[in-house]
Write a protein that binds this ligand. Structure first.
Ligand code: NAD
Length: 386
């Protein structure tokens, strides 16, 4: 279910609560908020202070602090000195070259792991060992064995580990999930059509981008039982990858089926991400992280949820899902909310990436769940040939 963290005001589709706006004469919603200000203070650190940390998470953190959540940024770890020192200067915290020093010297309560994919497992393991709750960027890690180890360590230590699944927290996807869960038309045999126009190939198409679609399909329809896939084109040159486009079929058993199209060859234009869910006499579409349209009648009007572009709107921090997932994670660490994303969701997303590679290479259907060791070994062999 959607998290409850929005300062006691419910799901406002990204807007300042009216109580604050009018009664509080506070259009931007920055006036004193006792719902948030009374929370337990937390010390946050960041491992990997590059593009997504600086452009998405730090603005979301700044906004959350402006809204009175008592979370403080204490330090960042990044071997790139120029970036590390800049972030420390701009955000008023300390820079460390190494994540181990950051964890031992700052003793943060929580850490955001936004380092490159290949370090996620190592950094999460170090955080959990130090008793520090971790929020880990997608993809959760780079193999099923790593994902299993991370799930096991979190369960054994009791320290919170949460994969980043920011689009689940975006208002239109949150609402789409409510419809799929509650409207009769979606109760069985739903069909999901998803597409993503990445438009460039310097990141891995499945690991770096399509993983969002994989996670959203599970969020909306549940667990996948079989994967088929066809990859087209090749990324050559510096970035070798077995396809530039892919068509992927996911079978959800009783819950339905999904057809996904993902592309590094297309233009990187809006709509960049589109998800349709078709039920019985009802379907809905989410375009990017912006607009939801529900069609539930042959003759009645479509129902459209589209943010009003007013001064009161928080855009990327809220609609990209960054602020709501960060706030939810902090509330889980404080013991105020139950996690709505678990380490197993990170594992399942890595499993879908792996199964898609295996299905593309073999041309055959791949049943899930995978045997982690066998599937890792098969994928490692494929990667060595790219
Ligand atoms: N949720 C999303 O929508 C989203 C968007 C973009 C990126 N990401 C994910 O975030 C992660 C980072 O992506 P990015 O685009 O910011 O990449 P980036 O290359 O811009 O940033 C990564 C940073 O990590 C640093 N780093 C490298 N090795 C490190 C180490 N051992 N310890 C600490 N820091 C280290 C680099 O110096 C760099 O500053 C990736 O896993 C990526 O898939 C998620």
């Amino acid at each position: 279910m959607p998290p409850q963290s929005s300062g006691g005001f419910g799901d406002l589709y990204g807007h300042t609560p009216l109580e604050k706006m009018f009664a509080g004469a506070d259009v931007y919603g920055v006036g004193f908020d006792h719902y948030r200000a009374d929370r337990r203070p937390l010390r946050l650190a960041i491992i990997g202070a590059g593009g997504v940390a600086q452009s998405k998470w730090l603005p979301a953190l700044g906004r959350l602090r402006t809204l009175w959540d008592p979370v403080e940024l204490v330090g960042v770890a990044d071997p790139a000195e120029d970036q590390g020192r800049k972030v420390a200067r701009v955000h008023g915290c300390r820079w460390y070259h190494d994540h181990g020093q950051l964890l031992s010297q700052e003793k943060p309560d929580v850490v955001l792991i936004t380092s490159p994919d290949r370090f996620h497992a190592e950094h999460a393991q170090a955080a959990l060992e130090a008793g520090v709750a971790a929020l880990v960027e997608k993809p959760f890690c780079t193999s099923l064995a790593e994902a299993e180890g991370m799930c096991r360590q979190s369960a054994a230590t009791g320290v919170t580990l949460m994969p980043i699944a920011n689009l689940r927290f975006s208002p239109p996807f949150r609402r789409a999930r409510q419809f799929v869960a509650s409207l009769q038309g979606f109760s069985a045999d739903a069909v999901l059509l998803g597409k993503m126009h990445l438009g460039y190939d310097y990141v891995d198409l499945l690991e770096g981008a399509t993983v969002h679609l994989f996670d959203l399909t599970r969020f909306l329809l549940g667990d996948v039982v079989e994967v088929r896939a066809r990859g087209l084109g090749r990324a050559e040159g510096a970035h070798r990858y077995p396809c530039r486009q892919a068509v992927i079929s996911l079978d959800f058993g009783q819950a339905g089926a999904a057809q996904l199209f993902t592309s590094a060859s297309d233009l990187s234009l809006k709509p960049w991400l589109r998800v349709e869910v078709h039920g019985q006499g009802t379907w809905l579409v989410v375009d990017d992280v912006f607009e939801l349209v529900l069609y539930d009648s042959e003759t009645g009007p479509a129902k459209v949820w589209k943010p009003v572009l007013a001064n009161t709107l928080l855009f990327d921090e809220e609609f990209g899902g960054y602020l709501p997932q960060l706030e939810h994670f902090l509330q889980v660490v404080r013991g105020e909310e139950q996690p709505s994303v678990t380490p197993m969701d990170g594992y399942r997303a890595v499993e879908l990436i792996t199964a898609t590679h295996l299905a593309m290479a073999s041309g055959k259907a791949v049943p899930l769940p995978l045997d982690a060791n066998e599937a890792d070994a098969e994928l490692a062999l494929l990667r060595s040939q790219w």
